[in-house]
Design a protein around this ligand. Sequence first.
Ligand code: SR1
Ligand code: MG
Length: 418
Amino acid sequence: TDAPYQALTIDTLPARLGSIDALTSRIGPPASWRSREVGDGNLNLVFIVDGERGSIIVKQALPYVRLVGESWPLPLKRSFFEYHALIRQEARAGKGAVPEVFHYDETQALIVMEFLTPHVILRRALIEGRMPPRIASDLGLFMARTLFRGSDFSMTARERKADLALFADNVELCDITENLVFTDPYFEAPLNRHTSPELDGMVAELRADRDLKVEAQALKHLFAARAETLLHGDLHSGSVMVTDADTRVIDPEFAFYGPIAFDVGMLLANYWMAFFAARGHEGGKPRDEMRAWLLSVITDTWNVFHAEFSRLWRTERKGMLYASSVFEDRGDPLAAEQALQRVLGDIFTDMLGFAGVEMHRRILGLAHNADFEEIAEQKLRGACEMRALKLGRHLAVNRRHIRSLSEVNELAVRLDEG
Ligand code: SR1
Ligand code: MG
């Protein structure tokens, strides 16, 4: 319709969406619809709509940051970027990698999509001590396929430049990341908070740490300037839904062209945080197996990413970067392999840095993780957070000297036991 934007409510939803055939044919007539608002993220409205024949999800952007309120306006166009990212992710990672989209309305900034059941948010599963068996493989493949196929390694220069331009306007969401991830944690920014007073000393130390601040700014520089591929842009454990048999990536509203290493680093950071938070969720039952599993998920995710990225490099390198005409066609396949190792080496190094600052911002900045927040006992929470802050500092500052994830995981274990 041409009606101006209006935020939905559970009462207005059936009348507003009930004439859309793509929805009624799926879940039945609007008279049977029952809606609940279930959004618990930082930004949007999310409704589950149950009809007589099935259920759908309706996600609508609000003109402000939900977490903060109307004092922080945020453009509705983020829904446009989310829609276009979902379409591309499905094409690149395959059907079933993301929720299916049934309807998109640009003016109303809403996307109607598949209701995933019995899926739960991965972060919730990890807090509850569950170990969804497919995540390393599914997310390693998802990242390799979306990040490789959205880049100049794979796309034609014209297509890739058109997409670069399409997503270039996601300025406000990039601005959130630029400030909340790379800058605010490292000074007394007004929206910062940390919930464990035990951290006061460490926080002051980190904010006075010149090497760390230089690295955080260097990573911000990379994030802002290296328009390498279409990123998910917010790939943490709250942006993944799982069952034991299925993994779906949701919420790509932060999508834009940035460095490949950013998505990988953010995801692995959230696993390291789940690892350190596990001690706070033991409730009398030690989570030794879970902690070891989380560390294996980190190495397995990277290994799957590495293997699939390499496979795509060898079989789908059709873009203008490292062209076959320069390497294989001239009888020098080893040069292409050498270039691949260089590219993956750089991704590895930068990924560690992005992981480091992501761990910091979730403890020192505005947007925290339930993994730590839900540890009720303050001293224990502070101890878990402190270990994550230390690992984050090591990753950000020393990333160029780190050779393997086992090296990082060994340090994580030492910190966790210390
Ligand atoms: C103001 S938005 C805070 C955070 O929520 C989103 O999920 C992103 O991670 C963002 O940084
Ligand atoms: Mg989100």
